[in-house]
Design a protein around this ligand. Structure first.
Ligand SMILES: Cc1cc2nc3c(=O)[nH]c(=O)nc-3n(C[C@H](O)[C@H](O)[C@H](O)COP(=O)(O)OP(=O)(O)OC[C@H]3O[C@@H](n4cnc5c(N)ncnc54)[C@H](O)[C@@H]3O)c2cc1C
Length: 432
């Protein structure tokens, strides 16, 4: 089956696919070029796709090489998933210091997109916790690099969108935990104006924060939502049992089940869910990975797929541009069902093309309704561009080249590090 990305867009077929295995990480010379690594296809869009050449499927490269349970240092192959890592390390008291909202991403994919989590304001992005990388280049050479690499290979490969070569192994510094549970709290806020001070207070007190917003709400309720915060639970004698509930989207409907009516109903219900201002316990699985509970949830958008739109707006423009973005969405009545708002911290970026940077990030999903959706997204682009913001390549299937280049001013310097035998549909789309 042709590998796809998570939003099922664009539908492009490479000339070949080649499954890498633990037994020989070698890449045969005969494969059509350009090459591109494909982890678990949890990106939305075409950073993990090519329509020419060969997709190198990395899931078979999933060996743990070494784990030091005293210091929490793990060396593994890049095709191991974050779920594989957690299954090994959580029982031994170690957790990923940064995790995205799915544990089905691979370690290589997490490095190549320099992914961020709910704790960016205190812990930075994934690349900040990588101690060492092994990078295979298409001329057969292997580069070993770490954060203090003077040659620039590390900074180019972290967030390097898979273009500097194939990441074979990654050494990670994990963080200690006492158990798999978190103390979490949640609060309802009535509109966007109420979100900002609540969020500032939560960030000052909690390492994990994120907000869901109802982007169909208008007028004085615009930007209403739920803010969630959490921290790893201290050692304690009694903890509840946890059994993961896993459901499956049983059908693959030809059309999107997300429409004006279902969205309005979902948003109203979600907004009224019970909150926990006084705190409660949550296991790490539902806390970090609520969407992983429904296998194939991306099918609810139908076979035409959907667009994810994730932007970051610099701090000085964040409040006004976020309100403008919500206005534009509500005006067009194309509200998103997963609308997530979070502020990033001030850590300098780990990679030359890292997306996470000081500012506020808003992530939205829209069913693909063809021209109507394209036109809405173009309006959102104008707001992001005027505010000096950027879009996340990991969540993109259509951003204009000019917006990529203004949002990632180091793209030309980065180009020097691209492996001449590698490319992606994304890169071909956003650069000359
Ligand atoms: C439900 C859900 C929630 C998410 N939440 C977040 C979030 O909170 N924060 C966030 O930042 N992202 C988030 N994402 C996006 C996801 O974490 C990233 O797109 C991640 O990179 C996907 O990893 P993957 O292994 O599936 O890689 P793929 O999607 O297959 O590939 C991603 C990129 O990595 C490159 N790559 C993969 N493996 C290698 C390798 N071995 N060597 C070199 N390059 C490689 C590919 O070429 C491509 O450029 C989410 C995605 C989903 C589906």
């Amino acid at each position: 089956m042709t590998p796809l990305s998570w939003n099922r867009l664009p539908k492009v077929t490479p000339n070949a696919t080649y499954a890498l295995t633990q037994r020989g990480a070698g890449v045969p010379d005969r494969l059509p070029r350009p090459l591109l690594a494909h982890g678990n296809g949890r990106s939305y869009g075409d950073v993990c796709l090519t329509e020419h050449g060969t997709l190198l499927l990395t899931r078979g490269l999933d060996r743990f090489i070494e784990f030091d349970p005293e210091r929490g240092i793990l060396r593994c192959e890049a095709g191991a998933t974050l779920a594989d890592v957690l299954a090994l390390t959580v029982p031994q008291g170690w957790f990923l210091p940064c995790t995205p909202g799915t544990r089905w991403a691979t370690v290589g994919g997490a490095v190549a997109n320099d992914v961020h989590g709910k704790n960016h304001h205190v812990a930075g992005s994934f690349g900040h916790h990588v101690r060492h990388l092994t990078l295979w280049r298409s001329d057969g050479s292997v580069i070993h690099c770490g954060p203090s690499d003077p040659g620039g290979w590390f900074a180019a490969t972290v967030g390097g969108l898979g273009l500097t070569g194939l990441i074979q192994q990654v050494e990670l510094q994990l963080m200690p935990i006492h158990n798999p549970w978190l103390n979490m709290a949640s609060w309802r806020f009535t509109n966007l104006d109420a979100f900002w001070p609540l969020n500032r207070e939560a960030e000052a007190n909690w390492p994990y924060t994120v907000a869901w917003i109802d982007c169909l709400a208008r007028g004085s309720a615009q930007g209403r939502g739920i803010l969630m915060a959490g921290q790893h639970a201290p050692a304690q004698a009694r903890l509840p049992n946890f059994k993961e509930s896993r459901k499956r989207m049983p059908i693959d409907p030809p059309f999107s089940l997300v429409n004006g009516i279902s969205l309005r109903a979902f948003n109203a219900l979600y907004y009224r869910q019970p909150t926990h201002p006084a705190g409660t316990l949550s296991h790490y699985v539902p806390f970090f990975y609520p969407l992983d509970a429904i296998q194939h949830w991306n099918r609810i958008y139908g076979r035409r797929g959907f667009y994810q739109y994730q932007c970051v707006i610099p701090p000085e423009a964040a409040e006004s541009a976020t309100a403008e973005l919500l206005n534009a969405i509500a005006r067009r009545r194309q509200g998103s069902f997963l609308a997530v708002l979070k502020t990033f911290g001030h850590a300098p970026a780990a990679g030359m093309l890292s997306f996470a940077r000081p500012g506020t990030t808003l992530a939205l999903d829209f069913p693909n309704r063809g021209r109507a959706t394209q036109s809405l997204l173009a309006d959102l682009d104008t707001i992001v561009s005027q505010a000096g913001g950027a879009l996340y390549p990991a969540k993109d299937a259509r951003m204009p080249a000019a917006l990529f280049q203004s949002g990632f001013p180091q793209w030309e310097a980065f180009s020097e590090f691209i492996d001449p035998g590698f490319s992606s549909r994304f890169w071909q789309r956003v650069t000359p």
